[in-house]
Design a binder for this molecule. Structure first.
Ligand code: PMP
Length: 449
């Protein structure tokens, strides 16, 4: 369907245009000799065009780069800025906490955290919350608690999931066999010693693994969002819940991305009953924040296990976790920005975005698909949309993805670098969504010409 020679020629043309358009970003990148990989974090080298755009400033759903170009930002910090960049209620709360009253890291609790715990329970159901600064840590600490509680050694993940840099999660199925995920850096032990793996949407595979009786917890996204969006088939999530209960395994819903489904994430939107919920990124409105919530039963039981050090050196916690600035920002985000009403607007925009992409796919008869989860949309180079993580991984096309990303960037639109993902903030506009459709249609038309 796609002529590879034509694709490579267009990609080269767009990369050249990108380089010509962004001399200040290119120069900034060249100067960064004392940054490992020339970037603040090595993943910033995931760029379609040879060097990253440098951020000058961002507000709402608009980013401005060092060369002065404005972009509609559908990346939104890969969900960390789902509230929009620097929304006023959050900047006011940060100003109040850090400047007016003062004190970010006093090692003392604030009452904002009490409010946030109650609000997270209203949204996600589980009853007692603890804070982290990254979703990775929320997952790591939840995993430790559930191992301690069950005395079981293993955690089960879905193949091609992503839950942050959690050692146990870097496992995939290759030709039906569990293996360390390609690229796993300096694994502490063979991942098959700590983890089991099943395909998403495969209840038989899940039951086979749980039947070993050594799985403390299933950690999953209710819908996969890090390998395209893979949505649950009818009965799958109910089946996961039934099987985990039957085999004495706890169920953790990682809502870090599926939060896009609604104010209580997929858990709230679909009436799910996890034992633990983990979440990070968006809840801080741009300030580092994350949390894990435990069922009342887990919270009360873990608290009574003898010789478990939850206060000092036990391996759960971080000095800055739950700091006053982080929870003040989280309160402002949940109370005033990512409200129940905001999600209705964001979902409607995402629906408009997905319809636009589908129109282009249909007009060209492309074997591509578009999937939506509330405020989040993703297009994938396979139709129908893949039903497992492994199936979705097989539909990757790096050159095609790079072409679309750099074509869009050259015309003022940012998608998430690791995906063809677009996320709507409460202040994204219909005009921005329609502009994407128009530019996406042009990118595809040139490819097909
Ligand atoms: N869980 C999920 C579902 C994620 O998508 C991510 C990051 N993409 C994480 C956890 C980790 O978040 P962080 O990198 O902020 O720790």
């Amino acid at each position: 369907m796609v002529d590879r020679d034509r694709l490579h020629a267009l990609l080269a043309r767009e990369r050249a245009a990108f380089e010509a358009r962004n001399p200040r970003s290119e120069d900034a990148y060249a100067q960064a000799a004392h940054l490992f990989g020339k970037v603040p974090m090595t993943w910033m080298n995931k760029t379609a065009a040879g060097f990253p755009l440098y951020l000058a400033h961002a507000r709402g759903a608009t980013v401005t780069d060092l060369d002065g170009h404005e972009y509609t930002d559908f990346c939104l910090g890969d969900t960390a800025a789902m509230a929009g960049h620097s929304p006023s209620p959050v900047t006011r709360a940060v100003h109040e906490r850090f400047i007016t009253s003062g004190g970010a890291c006093a090692m003392l609790p604030t009452t904002d955290a009490t409010w946030v715990g109650a609000e997270l329970t209203r949204r996600f159901g589980v009853s007692e919350w603890s804070f982290a600064l990254t979703a990775t840590d929320a997952n790591r600490w939840a995993i430790r608690l559930l191992r301690a509680l069950t005395g079981r050694p293993k955690i089960l993940f879905n193949s091609y999931c992503y839950h942050g840099s959690v050692d146990e999660s870097l496992i995939v199925l290759e030709a039906g066999r569990p293996q360390s995920r390609a690229g796993n850096v300096g694994a502490p032990v063979d991942v098959t010693l700590t983890s089991r793996v099943a395909e998403y949407n495969d209840l038989d595979g899940l039951e086979r693994e749980l039947a070993h009786g050594d799985v403390a917890a299933v950690v999953m996204e209710p819908a996969l969002t890090n390998i395209g969006i893979v949505l649950p088939e009818p009965g799958y999530l109910a089946g996961v819940r039934e099987l985990t209960r039957r085999y004495g395994t706890y169920l953790v819903n990682d809502e870090t991305h599926t939060f896009s489904a609604g104010p209580g994430g997929a858990t709230g939107a679909w009436g799910l009953e996890p034992d633990v919920v983990t979440i990070g990124k968006a809840i801080g409105g741009g300030i580092p924040a994350a949390a894990y919530g435990l069922s009342a039963e887990i919270a009360s039981t873990v608290g009574t296990i003898e010789d478990l050090d939850l206060v000092d050196m036990g391996g759960v916690g971080g000095t800055l976790a739950g700091n006053a600035l982080s929870v003040a920002a989280t309160r402002a985000t949940l109370e005033h920005v990512l409200t129940d009403a905001a999600f209705a607007t964001m979902s409607a925009l995402a629906s408009r975005f997905a319809d636009g992409v589908q129109r282009v796919i249909d007009a060209h008869g492309l074997p591509w698909s578009v999937s939506r989860l509330g405020a989040r949309v993703e297009y994938r180079f396979a139709a129908p949309a893949p039903r497992t993580g492994t199936g979705s991984a097989a539909a990757a096309d790096a050159d095609l993805e790079d072409y679309l990303h750099v074509f869009l960037a050259n015309r003022g639109i940012l998608l998430t670098p690791f995906h063809n993902m677009a996320l709507m903030s409460p202040v994204t506009t219909e005009e921005q969504v329609d502009h994407h459709e128009q530019v996406f249609a042009e990118a595809v038309a040139q490819l097909r010409a």
